[in-house]
Design a protein around this ligand. Sequence first.
Ligand code: AMP
Ligand code: ZN
Length: 487
Amino acid sequence: MIEPMPIAPIRVFNTMSQSKEEFKPLRASQVSIYVCGPTVYDFIHIGNARTFTVFDTVVRFLSFVGYEVNYVRNYTDVDDKIIQAAMRMGERPLALAERFIEAFEEDAAHLKLLVPRVAPRVSMHMEEIIEMVGVLEAKGFAYASGGDVYFSVSSYPGYAELSKRELKEMRAGERIAVTEQKREPLDFALWKAAKPGEPSWPSPWGPGRPGWHIECSAMSAKYLGETFDIHGGGGDLIFPHHENELAQSQAASGKPLCNYWMHCGFLDLAGAKMSKSLGNTIGLRDALSRVDADSLRFFFLSTHYRNPLKFSDKSLGDAQARIGYFYESLQLLETLALPPTTEEPKAERPYLEEFQTAMCDDFNTASALAVLSELFNEVNLLGRKHLPHKANAKTWARLSHLRSQAKAMGKILGLFEEEPSVWLDRRKQALIAARKVDVLKIEELVALRQKAREAKDFAQADVLRRELGELGVELRDTPKGPEWKLV
Ligand code: AMP
Ligand code: ZN
């Protein structure tokens, strides 16, 4: 197998070392990555979608440079929130979870998220979970108490190494009721005894269900092995979820859980992290009814993944305008009907290399998108000024080369899966409907202007162009005749 050849060493910011490290996967041409997936008790919001889009883009880039990517993203389908939602709705918890898994998969496809190689569910991995809890108990890292099983934090020396918290301060901060089954306040549940009406599974400690964190330890070990390359999720998972996963997995196997921890920054709305508990969420479905998937992905990827990203209608509108410009540029390349060429393109800016260099630097999609924008600026400059009449073979070759580079970058970012004409037409129809535009009147004015031009009455043609401008219409003369759009 040919070894992957990224343009530069890939550097990843590792939450564990708090620094950028050169990415060296365990196997030369394979990457194993586990991303904590949704807790399926509701439709996801765009904060969740940001994190999933970021890791989707990481997977796409690693695949592009030649790695075989073993991508696992789980579903948490057994959880307190699911049980509470099911009680409110009078539904069985697993049936409710199933419904929201289906909804998530529809939405994920709409957002162009790649389907992971495995998307394991907690409810289908009880055997592995129970086995791991048993190992932890046998090794003295866990203790049973009244039908529950707890992880003993003080038995594991490296606890809090990921979140860099001070155990003493954490202990002082905990206020736990005296009736608690735990020996120490920081101990956390690996297994919870069944309560009436809750889903439960038989176990050596009696009927019950897993605690929140053990699922990811058990499922990552099953599908990626005891040690894998990248573990990802949103920044809110660092503590306690990933800290606890780390302690459980490493206590059970005696090996490192993963080599790189990656965490995505929060999507904020109204000055706070978007979250269901604060009630400041925008559903992914709602967002995708306002803008298309490319625009939403552009919005997510326009900021480096580790930085916070503020949601506003304006930033979403700006993203849509940029994507509109990209599709118009691709459309221009289509209308030029570039002939096949054997001519070598002129040695000019190597956009795809610059793009990859940005991505190699801790997946800097913000810089990568800037490179893509500059590529399209060149497309417009060359395409509109020099074509179709004055083009020579070298310009054709350059434009062909720019088009293939744009397509490659689009593939990495999950953009441009649609035909430009389809995207642009849909956008146009949406604007026509939103502004209640009189299309017949516009087309009549466009035709009159064209007649005036053909009759070389340029003064009248200009008057008509201005009149169209006042209606919010921008005209463009293409080799196929005049085209108009709403601005
Ligand atoms: P959950 O379904 O709550 O487990 O969340 C699914 C994923 O979305 C996790 O990786 C979370 O860390 C992530 N997440 C939740 N809220 C946000 C947010 N506001 N911004 C970015 N990621 C988030
Ligand atoms: Zn997890």
